[in-house]
Each structure stands twice: as structure tokens, then as C-alpha cells.
Write a protein that binds this ligand. Structure first.
Ligand code: PMV
Length: 310
């Protein structure tokens, strides 16, 4: 029978997580080494989904899947097609709850897959509206940075409520990504900072201000192709995120192991308290050494890629 496929890549926040919630800018990159694929297949019966966690009618899916169900149904409604006689098969290499944008990537792949199945053209505005439906149900994504990074194929400069800007990145350095293997809770981490801000407003506002400023300095370092400066800034961001309480012993171990193995800088990426870290390495060989050290320090998975021509 007829089938169609929609795909989406993961995302990485280079700098600006958490401070982005308070209106500061952030820089995020598409993470092409992890992907979601949604295969849409014609099959009689209720609208169904087939993935690692659940197989069956979307209407009876577990609460965790309410967002993607609402998103798929609204997509079909927009396409003027009945929500039946379709199966959406999901395949993903984006680990869940690690700050790599899995929920946004699933929604983007599903919307793209359904539009492809019915041979219809999907505008970016429509994709954003439909994916937002899923994101509203998911872990609570106050800024919207995940969705915008997953939709775009290039690095972005992101500010809450403003149009995204492409952020050219071309640096002959490597970014190493390591997964702690621990699932984090984005909304809890965001809430913890909001609460801390009530008790220690000066300290928290200062850290948020510094994190925002670091993002402008990261842009300057990228524009100047100064990887050494970028490394320092990643370390500084990690120190501020740590002061805000969103790092933890496991992430400190990983960033420390990366630096000890020769990384120019390392920080958590995403909400923190679990999830992933990123580290900057000067060459492919150094990236390999850093990745191996991160595995020895307990990372369950590592990736690395060049920042050249992105
Ligand atoms: O989904 P995560 O873990 O990458 O977190 C998103 C980044 C935060 O700034 C922590 C939250 C947000 O909505 O911007």
C-alpha cells in the first residue's frame, strides 16, 4: 500500500539554556546524528501508532502520548482527512528526556509524514502551529527553543517570542556530545530556578544576566572563529548553570573528565540534572580521545562532529 515518511533531527543548545526562559538569547544547533523517522501507512482501523513504548490506537495511548495524539489529530483535521485507517510507525535514535529535543522531533516527523502521505505542501508557520500543540502537552517548554531548532536545518539565534535568526557557524573544531543516561525533567529544572529566584533574587538574576552575556560572547567567538575563546565560554556557562543548581555530581564528573582529556571547554546542554553534556575539542583525534574518556567516566553514548560549515 501507500506509505510516506517524515523525518526530523535532534537539537543541542550551545549556550543560553535557562536564561532563555528569562528573555535572554540562546544559540542552538541541529543535531543530525540523532533522528526520528515517522512512517505513515494505510491500514484499516482506528488511527494508530507503533513505537517502542506503545502500539495501538492513538485514542487509547498512555498519557505521555497525549501531546502527539492531539498533534496528529489536528494535523489530519487541517488536512481535511479522517483520523482513521492510518498507522504511524516511529523509529528514533533521539534518546528521550536528555535535552536532545526528542518530543519536538517526534512531532515534527509525524506532521511531515502525514503531509507527505497526503501529498500536501507544509508551510513553516503551519508546522510550528501543529508541533506547538504537542509541545504544550510535553515536559513544558516555556521558551519554544526545542521546536525551532528541530524545525530548522541550521544553527539558530533564538529569543523567546521573536523570529529566529540563522546563526552561521563555521569552525574547524569538534563538538563532542555525551549522554549521562539519566532522564531529566525540564519543567522541574526550570521551576527550581524560578523558586531559587524568590529566595536569592540577586544571585539568580546575576547568573541569568551573565549567562545571557555569555551568549553574545559565544557569537563573537564564533564570528572570529576563535575556538579557544569558545571553550572558555562553555566552561563559564557551566559554572553559572552549576551556581543555579541545574548541574549535578554526574554532569560535573562528565564535564571534568572531558576537560582532563583535553577538551577546551565543557558544559551541560539542555535543562540539566541528567541529560547530556557537550565538550569542545580542537581536532578529530582529540574529539575521539575526549569521547573515550567520557565513556570511561560513565557516559552511555557519545557522538562527535565538526562545527565546520554549519
Ligand atoms: O528540553 P531541554 O532539556 O533542552 O530544555 C530546554 C531549555 C530550557 O531553557 C531549560 C527550557 C526552555 O524552555 O527553554
Amino acid at each position: 500500500g501507500k506509505t510516506a515518511t517524515g523525518t526530523a533531527h535532534g537539537k543541542l543548545i550551545l549556550a543560553g539554556e535557562h536564561s532563555v526562559v528569562y528573555g535572554k538569547p540562546a544559540i542552538a544547533l541541529p543535531f543530525h546524528l540523532v533522528q526520528v523517522e515517522a512512517n505513515v501507512i494505510r491500514k484499516s482501523g482506528p488511527l494508530s501508532i507503533d513505537c517502542l513504548y506503545y502500539t495501538g490506537a492513538m485514542d487509547e495511548a498512555p498519557p505521555k502520548m497525549m501531546g502527539i495524539t492531539a498533534c496528529a489529530k489536528e494535523t489530519l483535521k487541517t488536512l481535511n482527512e479522517p483520523a482513521e485507517n492510518l498507522v504511524i510507525k516511529l523509529e528514533s535514535t533521539v534518546p528521550i528526556g536528555r535535552g536532545l529535543g526528542s518530543s519536538a522531533a517526534v512531532a515534527v516527523a509525524v506532521v511531515r509524514g502525514l503531509y507527505a502521505f497526503f501529498g500536501r505542501k507544509l508551510s513553516e508557520a503551519e508546522l510550528e502551529r501543529l508541533v506547538q500543540i504537542a509541545e504544550n502537552f510535553a515536559h513544558g517548554n516555556p521558551s519554544g527553543i526545542d521546536m525551532m531548532t528541530v524545525i530548522n536545518d541550521h544553527p539558530i539565534w533564538f529569543e523567546k517570542g521573536k523570529p529566529v535568526r540563522p546563526m552561521p557557524v563555521s569552525l574547524r573544531f569538534y563538538l563532542v556530545v555525551a549522554d549521562s543516561g539519566r532522564i531529566h525533567d525540564t519543567s522541574l529544572a526550570v521551576k527550581s530556578i524560578r523558586e531559587k529566584r524568590q529566595y536569592e533574587p540577586e544571585m539568580v538574576n546575576k547568573a541569568i544576566g551573565r549567562l545571557g552575556k555569555i551568549v553574545y560572547e559565544v557569537k563573537e567567538a564564533l564570528d572570529a572563529k576563535d575556538g579557544f575563546r569558545l571553550g572558555q565560554l562553555l566552561n563559564e556557562a557551566q559554572a553559572q548553570l552549576s551556581a543555579l543548581g541545574v548541574s549535578d555530581a554526574g554532569l560535573d564528573d562528565l564535564t571534568g573528565a572531558a576537560r582532563a582529556a583535553g577538551a577546551l571547554g565543557a558544559k551541560l546542554t539542555g535543562a540539566g540534572r541528567g541529560g547530556c553534556i557537550i565538550a569542545l575539542a580542537e581536532t578529530r583525534e582529540k574529539a575521539e580521545t575526549v569521547a573515550a574518556a567520557l565513556q570511561r567516566a560513565g557516559a552511555i553514548k557519545t557522538w562527535y562532529f565538526s562545527l565546520e560549515g554549519r
